[in-house]
Structure formats: C-alpha cells, structure tokens
Write a protein that binds this ligand. Structure first.
Ligand code: ADP
Length: 187
C-alpha cells in the first residue's frame, strides 16, 4: 500500500498516519518529522530548513524532493509507505510521480483529513503549549494555514481527478477517525 495523507496543519495527520502505519506494517514518512530531527541534530539540512519552518513557509521544493527521493529508496519503504506532509506543491506531485514511475509503482490512495479552521486553531494552540514547537505560535500558524490554502489545497482536486482521493472527517475521536480511514483504505 502506498498512501498519501493530506490535510491542513492541525488536522491530525501525524497521529493518524502513525496509527495506520502500525496497523498496516508500513513506514510512516513525515517530512515535517524528518526536518525537525535534522534541526535538532544541527545537520546542514536542518540548518537550511529551519528558517523556512520558523516562518511558516515551505522548505524549497529542491531540498524537500531530494530528501524524499532518498528516503523512499530505503528497504523498509519497498513494500509500501504512508507519506505524511508530502507532496504539498504541484511541483512535488510531479516529482513524486517521477520517483514512482521509475520504481514501477504508484499511489493507491490519498486520504484527506478534513477539519474546520476554528477547530484547527484551537488544537494547534494547545499543541504549541504542550510540545513547545516554535512554528505553532499564532502568527506563524496563520501563515501555515494560508500557505496550505494557496499551495496545497489545489492538490486535492488534482488527486480527485485521478480518482485517488478519499475524504475523512478528522474531527471525531481518534479511534473513530482511524476506523474510518482503515475502512476507506481497505475498500
Ligand atoms: P504541519 O502539517 O502542521 O504544517 P509538519 O510537521 O507536516 O506540520 O511540517 C512542518 C513544517 O515543515 C512546514 O511548515 C514546512 O516548513 C516544512 N515541511 C514539511 N513538509 C514539507 C513539504 N512537503 N514541502 C515543504 N516544506 C515542508
């Protein structure tokens, strides 16, 4: 199974992708997590990414695409994967298409977790307090939601036109959302 998770910041992609990863036995690949790990470790990649992340902007496609391209060649990703937070731009979609084409594989399903904006803001403000993420302050959060609407929302239609899109309401209890996702993935 090759699955892409989409949804605005705060929709619960990370939580659900991790649960689905355990349920299906395929790796959860979160570009945000990989960037944060690099920032924490002070790697060159982390140093490049940090200023964009702290401003709520996307890391440039060239950097992000190269990172994903490398990650998808690891052995654990051969039977399948869950991509969380990638692709987020039209250019990233083209790049992912090219990576999969050369591997002779394809995406099976794109899950969009839908939520309303007020609920998302409330969730992220709480998460910011709990985890101390430097990109969860209110201004940066607003910018992240804007960037999502501008650059990533159009991908929903693109995947819909390929008949890959499944929309799941992200606002229920965690277990109920997971159950709805599993139902969608298995059908
Ligand atoms: P969220 O979904 O809440 O925005 P993530 O952890 O997925 O959080 O991403 C955090 C930050 O990492 C993003 O705001 C962006 O700066 C960077 N990032 C993650 N994925 C991508 C991507 N596919 N393209 C560009 N930047 C990305």
């Amino acid at each position: 199974m090759r699955i892409v998770f989409m949804g605005p910041p705060g929709a619960g992609k990370g939580t659900q992708a991790a649960l689905l990863s355990s349920a299906l036995g395929i790796p959860h690949i979160s570009t945000g997590d990989i960037f944060r790990a690099n920032v924490t470790q002070g790697t060159p990649l982390g140093k490049e990414a940090q200023s964009y992340m702290d401003a709520g902007e996307y890391v440039p496609d060239g950097i992000t695409n190269a990172m994903v391209r490398d990650r998808l060649t690891h052995d654990d990703a051969r039977p399948g994967f869950i991509l969380d937070g990638y692709p987020r731009t039209v250019e990233q979609v083209a790049e992912l298409d090219a990576m999969l084409r050369s591997a002779g594989t394809k995406i099976d399903c794109v899950i969009e977790l839908t939520v309303d904006v007020d609920a998302v803001v409330a969730r992220l403000v709480r998460r910011s307090a709990e985890q101390g993420r430097t990109d969860d302050t209110e201004d940066v959060l607003r910018r992240r939601l804007e960037v999502y609407a501008e650059q990533t929302a159009p991908l929903i239609e693109l995947y819909q036109s390929r008949n890959l899109l499944v929309q799941v309401d992200g606002l229920g209890e965690i277990e109920a959302v997971t159950a709805a996702i599993l139902l969608a993935v298995n059908s």
